[in-house]
Design a protein around this ligand. Structure first.
Ligand SMILES: [Ca+2]
Ligand SMILES: [Ca+2]
Length: 197
């Protein structure tokens, strides 16, 4: 069943890639799509914010825009390059440049960045791990790995969770694909919670 219209997703565009993250840290996953563009006007990406009630609201002043005329929008991916708990965006064009967009005022809620640590010889990889965060009476689960890469499977060792108005974190559980489970009890909110193994 196609529920796009009921969910508030109304665009009819030629898009090339989509990625997902909690851009406003309200505790619900949002999504961002890059348009192919028409070569003769600036190419503004499409950002939809999850309102938490099964609907999305289109963000209007996010500033994720490529000014390069003649370039085709091709790929988009999220990362928190400066580790401030606000998810940033890397955008790449075909026949053009890459652009990095820093998340400023958009992310208003609390957060935690879970650092899965470096890969260790002889131990199971953190790629594909299930991370569960319990905070503010809510439970969120994410799997480590990229959401936006079209032709590869890669992982950022930092996994981001927006926590909305929660003021503390009860527990983080990390379950690797070999079944090993690690827990971090009561990590500090609005910081990096590191897994040691
Ligand atoms: Ca959100
Ligand atoms: Ca950031």
């Amino acid at each position: 069943m196609d529920i796009s219209k009921e969910a508030g997703i109304t665009d009819n565009e030629h898009t090339m890639a989509v990625t997902s993250a909690d851009f406003d840290n309200n505790g619900f996953a949002d999504f961002l799509a890059i348009k192919r563009g028409d070569l003769v006007t600036e190419n503004e990406s499409l950002l939809y914010l999850n309102t938490g009630d099964g609907r999305f609201q289109k963000a209007k002043t996010h500033g994720i825009l490529s000014p390069e005329l003649g370039a085709i929008g091709l790929g988009i991916e999220v990362l928190d390059y400066n580790k401030d708990g606000k998810m940033d965006v890397i955008l790449c064009n075909e026949r053009g440049k890459w652009h990095l967009f820093k998340n400023g005022d958009l992310a208003k809620g609390n957060f935690v960045l879970v650092d899965l640590g470096p890969e260790t010889a002889g131990k199971s990889t953190a790629l594909g791990a299930l991370i569960t965060v319990e905070a503010g009476g809510k439970t969120q689960v994410k799997r480590s790995g990229t959401t936006g890469a079209m032709y590869s499977r890669s992982a950022d060792r930092y996994v981001h969770f927006g926590l909305g108005t929660a003021d503390k974190i009860d527990r983080i559980e990390i379950r690797l694909t070999d079944g090993t489970v690690y827990t971090i009890e009561k990590p500090v909110i609005n910081s990096v919670a590191s897994l040691s193994r």
